[in-house]
Design a protein around this ligand. Structure first.
Ligand code: KIV
Length: 298
């Protein structure tokens, strides 16, 4: 894009006028950056007490619509195994599947922070996590998400030292559904709740940029958010987290299977269709009306 601009300018400019191309290039980069959400944007929002909205995205039009509606974070989630591929869990998703969807989302993204999930068993060692995270980053991801607790510290340290921002997904970790015995609320037992906070601090210390917490009592979501300097994104973790995330198909009421208590269909009754639903979701997250008590665990 910048190269094309430089060539066009050169053809149109009379011989006696000189153009400083470095100025043209600098301006172009600045304009792009002004629209771009980065990890620094999220940190500043946390410090200012401003909520941010996140949403899963899997393809061009959805990414374009969500990003255009003001969603700050787009996640190419391994939920794609269920909502795109029709499996009953996220376990069959491969790094190639994820890379394909990152490429599609990248083309539609208007400046949201693009996060991608490292699939099941693609980060069983620190070196494996680096190898697979590099694949997703080359395709356009700007952060990778890994599921787990303190055991992720080594991978988190290695990735962040090598310039790859990490989001650690804690609480209900769907890749461990077989070990957890189902999709259940986590951290209700006070000891388990304390352990989640302690392990999140270990990951923050190891260099994690964001924590995503799923399906825990609202009080735990709030304590975790207060305990950490890095932004916390919640799904089914109550209104006290810095950001909220939903799965695209849940927000539009498209998933034919059973949905969790924390899901809200923003398309139902919306007179402005999908774009209206996306705008309403962003507004509800920012003004604190979503999640309300009916979407929250105690
Ligand atoms: O894969 C996914 O969509 C996720 C969300 C549940 C946050 O991890």
């Amino acid at each position: 894009m910048i190269f094309v601009l430089a060539v066009v300018c050169k053809c149109d400019v009379p011989d006696n006028i000189t153009i400083n191309f470095s100025q043209v290039i600098d301006m172009s980069i600045q304009t792009q950056n002004e629209k771009r959400i980065t990890i620094n944007t999220l940190k500043k929002m946390k410090q200012a007490g401003e909520k941010f909205a996140a949403l899963t995205a899997y393809e061009y039009c959805g990414a374009h619509a969500a990003s255009g509606a003001g969603v700050e974070v787009l996640l190419v989630g391994d939920s794609l195994g269920m909502v795109i591929q029709g499996h009953d869990s996220s376990l069959p998703v491969t790094i190639e599947d994820t890379a394909y969807h990152v490429r599609c989302v990248k083309r539609g993204n208007l400046g949201s922070l693009l996060v991608a999930d490292l699939p099941f068993m693609s980060y069983y060692s620190a070196s494996k996590s680096l190898e697979n995270a590099a694949i997703l980053m080359r395709e356009g991801a700007q952060m990778v998400k890994l599921e787990g607790g303190a055991w992720l510290a080594e991978s988190t340290r290695l990735l962040s030292e090598r310039g790859i921002p990490v989001c650690a997904h804690m609480g209900l970790t769907p890749q461990s559904v077989n070990h957890l015995g189902g999709y259940r609320v986590q951290g209700r037992d006070p000891e388990q709740g304390q352990a989640i906070i302690k392990e999140a601090k270990v990951l923050e210390e190891a260099g994690a940029s964001v924590i995503l917490i799923e399906c825990v009592p609202a009080k735990l979501g709030e304590w975790l958010t207060e305990s950490l300097d890095i932004p916390v994104i919640g799904i089914g973790a109550g209104p006290g987290t810095d950001g909220q995330i939903l799965v695209w198909h849940d927000l539009l009421g498209l998933y034919p299977g059973k949905t969790a208590k924390f899901v809200k269909n923003f398309l139902a009754g919306n007179t402005e269709g999908v774009h209206g639903a996306l705008r309403d979701y962003v507004a509800a997250v920012k003004n604190g009306t979503f999640p309300s008590e009916e979407h929250t665990y105690s």
